[in-house]
Design a protein around this ligand. Structure first.
Ligand code: FAD
Length: 406
């Protein structure tokens, strides 16, 4: 074999968020040299930890995502589950009195898990960095990609530009993916983007004081709490430190109409009265008036790859509204499915005649199966927006659950 034939394949992954970091682990485990590029500075450094305070959100991690963590064989599932809070049911706070009704997720006691996004990302970065064939480049913002010549250009911390070549380029750079937009310049990729008129704002519910003076949860921790109000809703997910992270989902117009503290308190007294003492008036006012409003978008792209050269994964390929709690879970599953397909096609990161055998066929296969699944989850997420904010209180919905024995 010539040197060229023996060269180890290099994969460049853009984005060291949840999906990019997990994908780096999987590729490293199958023997690739992995270059992981991330726009932000290292989130694990104390200085950046500080600036994250008050902005960290929690996520529901389900079996779909757990399975992908488990498959690494690194014990990641156990570590993150130890730092999670299981949610066995939703607790619906109904009507003006906010009467609570528990609705189990499953007759078999299955549950989802509330995890801290930053903690999970740090865990994945730690695991990736421990592998000798992974290099993480922080403060690298992808600005250009030529998917024909495998060239990536980044602006780095000091404002200069750096260029890299990798054999396979993967975009795990989120909903507004730069790699996706660069791929679209070169190939026929169908692309569909839809914003909904609902935005969101996060509010923090601190721990309560238990009878013994120790911190405890202000609400039942084993539930995902929902205050469904048809056109808007409040939800709350527990954190291991006994706090809850609440998210208010509401049409932008309604956000804009609440301009003063008095208007805010009136709105909360009318709609979420039980939450006021739990969040605390001052904290509620400060969070609502200062925290950013996020927008929610569905993105569908097809195909997800270009020949044997580039691939998008996670939100870069299929961003979805968060009401099904499956965006990250689906991104983790992308990684698992991709590597099952690479196994099936016997793809090894070794160049033979300047090609990695089976890679193109494997990526064709990946888009062939994954695109339709990703689109289906995007649609389910959109439907669940209606279910969570409205249907959960309808008589028809409750009767159906009774019939199903839940
Ligand atoms: P991201 O998390 O967006 O990561 C992309 C990474 O790429 C980032 O680190 C970013 O800095 C980096 N990057 C971006 N551009 C560049 C560039 N040009 N160069 C280099 N790096 C770049 N999902 C669930 O499964 N369960 C939930 O309960 C859940 N709740 C949610 C609640 C809300 C309010 C929202 C908004 C989303 C929720 N999601 C949930 C969805 C979940 O957050 C996303 O699906 C998940 O973060 C996608 O991960 P990702 O790694 O693909 O993208």
């Amino acid at each position: 074999m010539s040197n060229e034939q023996q060269r180890q394949g290099v994969v460049g992954i853009v984005g060291a968020g949840l999906v990019g970091a997990l994908n780096a682990i999987y590729f490293a485990q199958r023997g690739w040299k992995v270059e992981l590029y991330e726009l932000r500075p290292d989130m694990r450094l104390p200085v950046h930890r500080e600036s994250r305070r008050g902005r960290s959100i929690n996520l529901a991690l389900s079996e779909r995502g757990l399975s992908a963590l488990r498959c690494t064989g690194l014990g990641l599932e156990d570590i993150i589950l130890k730092a999670s809070v299981p949610m066995k049911a939703r607790m619906v706070h109904i009507g003006k009195q906010c009467t609570q009704m528990s609705q189990q997720y499953s007759v078999n006691g299955e549950h989802i898990n509330a995890v801290d996004r930053a903690r999970l990302n740090e865990l994945l970065l730690d695991a990736a960095e421990k592998m000798e064939n992974v290099t993480v480049h922080f403060e690298h913002r992808l600005t250009q990609a030529d998917i024909e010549t495998n060239k990536l250009e980044f602006v780095v911390a000091d404002g200069t530009t750096k260029t890299y070549h990798t054999d396979l380029i993967i975009g795990a750079d989120g909903a507004y993916s730069k790699l996706r937009s660069q791929m679209m310049r070169r190939m026929r990729m169908d692309y569909d983007q839809e914003y909904i008129d609902t935005g969101y704002c996060e509010l923090s519910m601190p721990p309560a004081k238990g009878p013994d003076g120790k911190p405890t949860f202000a609400l039942d921790p084993n539930h995902l709490h929902i205050w469904p109000r048809h056109t808007f809703m409040l939800i709350a997910l527990p954190n291991p430190d006994f706090s809850f992270t609440c998210t208010l989902f509401m049409p932008f117009k309604m956000f804009d109409e609440i301009k003063t503290e008095d208007q805010l308190m009136h709105f909360f007294r009318e709609n979420f009265i039980d939450s006021i003492p739990l969040i605390g008036e001052e904290s509620l006012k400060s969070d609502f008036l200062n925290n950013p409003r996020g927008s929610l978008v569905t993105i569908k792209a097809s195909p997800h790859h270009y020949q044997d050269k580039a691939l998008i994964i996670g939100d870069a390929a299929h961003a979805m509204v968060p009401f099904y709690g499956q965006g990250m879970n689906c991104g983790f599953q992308d990684v698992q499915v991709l590597h099952e397909i690479l196994d099936r096609h016997n793809v090894h990161p070794v160049f033979v005649d300047n090609k990695i055998r089976g890679l193109k066929e494997a990526l064709d296969d990946y888009s062939g199966t994954r695109v339709k699944d990703a689109h289906a989850i995007c649609d389910l997420a959109m439907y669940n927006h209606y279910e969570m904010r409205s249907a959960v209180t309808s008589m028809r919905y409750l009767a159906r659950r009774k019939l199903e024995g839940i």
